[in-house]
Design a protein around this ligand. Structure first.
Ligand code: SF4
Ligand code: MG
Length: 331
């Protein structure tokens, strides 16, 4: 399958005053296959939204590269940049804040059509109505304003707006986090249906692991600016390798405890350290129940330890094991 997006050694640092920097995203590598959903999970502040915003060029990259369809997105100019702005769309966590309150739904949805000169007059109206129907709304909604809608309906409007320009790739940044639980599944199911019908590729950013598993083909786990593990959804849930993933999963309620094996709840000590001064070596080491001496000295490398299963942790690195063995022999 074709890799539609390739993120390689991506870094995004922000100035934090007094010459300090926040290493919001540090050396992150992954790719996304055409037509799949890649979920990205982690606590708030782990850098997952920053990755999304850097990929879609809201931010420049501090280091590394983002390639979309083989081209470095941060070097696109003119026509190619404009095409990228159409092919990749983003939907946001708060559909109210991201919809202009003074614009009608029709004008909001048609914004992309207007910008890219794709439809005018009667054709524009027809396209808006078609998009409303696609997301489960109808023409009656076209001339109303965002405040007249519920959170779930506003997210449907946001989705219709992103679809107007016929994109290939959608970055969804916590699209359901602000919605009632009863509405979340509806929006996720709509997104799945649209993906099948239109062959869309999704980068689905979230902190809710259970919903991410449901929608994603593969899931990546982030901690303090680093991607620490990435695997196919079922594999990640059945065989988590990274101690942080194990802890996250231990907090996810199991639907039917009589069928699945019970997971022991792992409580992490301490808080997430500051991304201005992250711990040396493995950034998770200050909270890791399995930390070893080497974890403070050497940054674990990002390795594919099983087919399609990537992890950055010394527990799974041959070189690290040898080093640990050699050290214990000497002492
Ligand atoms: Fe824990 Fe060390 Fe693995 Fe980091 S590298 S997750 S500290 S065992
Ligand atoms: Mg965020």
């Amino acid at each position: 399958v074709e890799k539609i997006l390739e993120v390689e050694g991506l870094k995004k640092y922000f100035p934090a005053g007094r010459g300090q920097v926040v290493k919001a995203v540090d050396n992150v590598t992954f790719h996304v296959y055409k037509g799949e959903t890649l979920g990205l999970v982690g606590e708030s502040g782990c850098g997952k939204s920053t990755i999304g915003r850097t990929i879609i060029r809201l931010y420049n990259a501090t280091g590394g590269t983002v390639k979309f369809k083989g081209k470095n997105v941060h070097e696109l100019k003119g026509k190619e940049a404009k095409q990228f702005n159409r092919e990749m769309q983003m939907i946001f966590q708060d559909p109210y804040a991201s919809l202009n309150p003074r614009m009608t739904v029709a004008d909001i949805i048609a914004e992309g059509l207007d910008i890219h000169g794709l439809a005018k007059g009667k054709e524009r109206r027809e396209r808006v109505v078609e998009l409303l129907r696609t997301v489960g709304l109808n023409e009656e909604h076209a001339d109303r304003f965002p405040h007249e809608f519920s959170g779930g309906q506003r997210q449907r409007i946001g989705i219709a707006r992103s679809l107007a320009v016929d994109p290939d790739f959608i970055i969804a940044d916590e699209p359901i986090s602000a919605l009632d639980v009863s509405i979340q599944a509806q929006v996720v199911n709509l997104m799945k249906k649209l993906q099948r019908e239109k062959g869309l590729t999704y980068l689905f950013i979230a902190h809710d692991l259970s919903m991410v598993k449901y929608i994603s083909d593969r899931v990546g786990v982030m901690y303090l600016g680093n991607l620490v593990e990435l695997a196919e959804s079922q594999e990640l849930y059945d065989n988590p390798l990274h101690p942080y993933t194990e802890a996250l999963l231990s907090a996810v309620p199991i639907p039917d405890p009589s069928v699945e094996k019970r997971r022991e709840r792992i409580l992490l000590k301490g808080d997430v350290p500051s991304p201005i001064n992250p711990p040396s070596g493995c950034r998770f080491r200050t909270r890791c129940p399995k930390a070893m001496d080497i974890c403070a000295e050497v940054t674990p490398t990002w390795q594919e330890v099983r087919p399609l299963h990537w992890v950055a942790c010394h527990l799974y690195q041959e070189e690290s094991k040898n080093e640990v063995a050699a050290t214990s022999e000497q002492t």
